[in-house]
Design a protein around this ligand. Sequence first.
Ligand code: NAD
Length: 476
Amino acid sequence: MQPPAEPSFRQSVDLMFNRAARLMDLPPGLEEKIRVCNSTYTVRFGVRLRGAIHTFTGYRSVHSEHMEPVKGGIRYAPSVSQDEVEALAALMTYKCALVEVPYGGSKGGLCLDPRAWDEHELEQITRRFAYELIKRDLINPSQNVPAPDMGTGEREMAWIADQYARMHTTDINARACVTGKPLNSGGIAGRVEATGRGVQYALREFFRHPEDVTRARLSGGLEGKRVIVQGLGNVGYHAAKFLAAEDGAVIVGIAERDGGLWSDQGLDVEAIHHWLRAHGGVAGCPVGTFVADGSSLLEEACDILIPAALEGVIHLGNAHRVQAPLILEAANGPVTAGADEVLRQKGTVIIPDLYANAGGVTVSYFEWVKNLSHIRFGRMQRRQEEARHELLVTELERLSANKLLGWSLSPDFKERYLKGADELELVRSGLDDTMRIAYQSMREVWHGHETVGDLRTAAYLVAIDRVAKSYRAKGL
Ligand code: NAD
């Protein structure tokens, strides 16, 4: 049966925005100014490949320039459209405001299936797309800074950074034109895992609040919680891996584009990830039980459902069958506005995309700051920190040896305490702090106002208020 007709992705985001904006007292006209997308640039360019000229269509949309640069990933997928890019750009504005990273919202996309082209061809296409955006300042360290998204990763970001450097040979900040680069091209430790790591930190923070956990009809901590993940790409893989390995969650289901895998005892995420990389799908994977209709796993019983693939997967056609009491939106827009309504009425708690997947842009912000400061985090203070710790430990050891203390140091204390934080630890600490604070700002609104019944509305309220203040400060 055809699912009932639903608004487009962009309309869906606008509907969610409107629901929150109705609860606010914004000056006339400001609501619309914040909601609308400022501009979308469409480019069609040709690349000579396989003996013929192939024409590609790409977009870069700028939703809000209340802060600059604007920021947002570049997606490679056949389904990329203006509507989708504008919806994603809008989400970036609200996301950045919510997690307090000083950017406006943007997003880009190229209509192509990256699996249909080899590496060399993809490089030619990426460089040409980047050229078109760079010459219009739609890629620029102070104006517009892309990052990876679906279908793109470190490799594409390195090509973009190099293309920018070739076109701006004297720009000392050239590397800050794009984030999500490999470490050897100006990237930062922990960026690849950042969005999945942010998902883990978001869930940890949720489970620190028993009142919120009860609202989701759950109890206890993350340990032993049964989790289903859709999409084992960058975000889904890291989230599943960390939740299983570090928090004791049980990944019972993984849905991919060609089917799903299920095991009541928990799936071996690493083995599935290896299989997926080698075979391009999960069919034939000897882990768990294969389920031909992967999307049916969204409806299976579990504690936490994590859609981490693409938008619109929970819609009016399946929302009433979704059993999970807690959904964490690791993908952007996985729940349509209509499905959101159905789920809210069922009492499902949704940790919304603009918060849940903000780990990526948060660590991108750290990378951008690193590029602009031209120094690795921790380089100046690490050894000094270690020296000060050593002073303390040596003194404690002396007191202990002279029987001046009634206790002694535990065996691994010295080693752990002496080690100064490296870049990865600092990045994780900054990300953890960001995810905790942003969650607390949302839940304060969620619990503090009777009219706010859900975390998504709370997230939008916090974000819109911050963007509005920014516009007002500018005198608009
Ligand atoms: P990715 O390309 O690395 O992975 C996407 C995965 O989803 C792939 O394994 C793909 O096979 C799978 N998939 C595609 N269609 C599917 C379907 N119909 N059913 C099940 N699986 C399907 O992409 P990603 O970077 O992990 O992004 C995933 C989502 O997270 C997107 O919505 C993206 O906008 C969002 N996001 C990504 C980042 C980031 O840092 N990469 C940051 C924030 C948000």
